[in-house]
Design a protein around this ligand. Structure first.
Ligand code: PMP
Length: 448
């Protein structure tokens, strides 16, 4: 174990953060919702490599599909066509409503959002982009500009011209202000309505209008928004917020992009795509993570019209649409249907949300329980009255304790104050009960 730690420190950059600081977890093996470390300890995985292992670690069916393709053809690049590419893109297109039918395959969510931003600018002839405060849309120089969450930003000029103190091109609304590192970070959820009943839409749309009036003088290329914010801490918007935002953005000539990197593929339970829960049809949908159960892949799906604006150039991506990735992603879509993963997301997610809400009523340090399906956030506070974030040391104590009792969860939110639960969509109600008992115990230990 010590040797592994020395190897990690020697070879891995400081920016590569391990989650458990007291003692990093060395994962050795996975099967469905379970992970094992090098000492043979088993963990219930409720974070899924950040909402990425969608149908289960090493799912036998998907593994078999990968093995089959690996023996046939690994790579051609997109200068040739191959049947896994056609089979997959047809299957993926069938999950989306018209006119979202043109698919570009990438290798990650950042690449997908980079491409979507490029297409939005080419299509509209405009430059400015609006994102939401607290959002995460990627770590490439361009998408770092879209990302509002200060923890993931570097104070250098990005491809967006995003400098230390001003962001001329990317604006974060409706929570106000520019989205640069130096900007004052507000609490991401300045609304304390119980989940789903928020009526503050007017307030947020008002803030968005301010962004239009003061920062975006009629040259808007697009709006990026997740249907439910992921890294930001499972933040949900008031009813009609996305619908109204899409309308306002389109009125000003911009296109609307749904970042479904976390919310897609049935994770929200009630719909296959998160945007379907908002009664909107985006102009572009970006996806990655759960698309191939952990195999690197991403995609942008857009309309023929936007694709035509982009079509004049050449888009080359060596690995995008790789045969193995396509075979895996295709098997993932089949498996989702066969295993009923969206239904599991809905059923186990609803159960977890109900039980966690009971815990919120019991514990002074649980400020909010929110999310949908298996995209859940538990926001921790010093106390309910102040709604101040629970400090990092306290968060870590609960987090490490939960791990020591055999459950892996995630952290997020602008202050790292939100526990995140986004497991492989094969977990059972018994697993949920196990987690609830462990979490209860960890909170109890902390309060003592
Ligand atoms: N969009 C969202 C909503 C994400 O959560 C992430 C990753 N956390 C990304 C984009 C970037 O994806 P990737 O890490 O695959 O580049």
């Amino acid at each position: 174990e010590r040797m592994m730690e020395i190897r990690r420190q020697n070879c891995n950059p400081m920016t590569m953060k391990v989650t458990y600081y007291k003692k990093p977890v060395y994962i050795h093996q996975g099967h469905m919702q379970w992970l094992w470390d090098v000492d043979g300890r088993r963990y219930l995985d409720l974070f899924a490599g950040v909402a990425t292992v969608s149908v289960g670690h090493c799912h036998p069916k998907v593994t078999a599909a990968a093995e089959k393709q690996l023996r046939k053809l690994w790579h051609t690049t997109n200068i040739y066509v191959h049947s896994p590419l056609h089979e997959y893109t047809e299957k993926l297109a069938a999950t989306l409503p018209d006119p979202l039918k043109v698919i570009y395959l990438t290798n990650s969510g950042s690449e997908a959002n980079d491409l979507a931003m490029l297409m939005a600018r080419l299509h509209t002839g405009n430059f400015d982009v609006i994102t939401l405060r607290g959002s995460y849309h990627g770590g490439s120089p361009h998408t770092m500009g879209l990302t509002s969450n200060a923890a993931y930003k570097y104070p250098v000029a990005s491809g967006l011209g995003c400098h230390n103190t001003m962001c001329p091109d990317v604006f974060a609304g409706p929570w106000g202000g520019s989205n640069c590192r130096d900007s004052p970070v507000q609490t991401i959820r300045n609304c304390s309505c119980p989940q789903g009943s928020c009526t503050a839409n007017d307030k947020y749309i008002g803030q968005l209008n301010e962004v239009f009036a003061t920062s975006v003088p009629s040259r808007i290329a697009g709006f990026f928004g997740e249907p439910i914010m992921g890294v930001g801490g499972a933040v949900q918007y008031p009813k009609n917020f996305l619908k109204d935002t899409y309308k306002l953005v389109r009125e000003r000539g911009g296109v609307c992009i749904a970042d479904e990197v976390q919310t897609g593929f049935g994770r929200t339970g009630s719909h296959f795509w998160g945007f379907q829960g908002h009664e909107v049809i985006p102009d572009m949908v970006t996806m990655a993570k759960g698309i191939a159960n952990g195999f690197p892949m991403g995609a942008v799906v857009t309309t023929p019209e936007i694709a035509a604006s982009f079509g004049k150039g050449v888009h080359f991506n060596t690995f995008g649409g790789n045969p193995v990735a396509c075979a895996i992603a295709s098997s993932v879509l089949d498996t989702m249907e066969e295993d009923g993963t969206q239904q599991i997301s809905h059923d186990v997610g609803t159960y977890l949300l109900t039980e966690l809400a009971k815990m919120r009523d019991k514990y002074e340090i649980i400020g909010d329980v929110r999310g949908k399906g298996l995209q859940i956030g538990v926001e921790m506070v010093k106390d309910k009255a102040s709604r101040k974030p629970l400090p990092p040391a306290a968060m870590s104590e609960i987090f490490e304790d939960t791990k020591d009792m055999g459950v892996l969860i995630g952290k997020g939110g602008v202050y790292g104050q939100t526990f995140r639960i986004k497991p492989p969509m094969c977990i059972t109600r018994d697993d949920a009960d196990f987690f609830l008992a462990v979490f209860n115990h960890a909170l109890h230990n902390y309060m003592e």
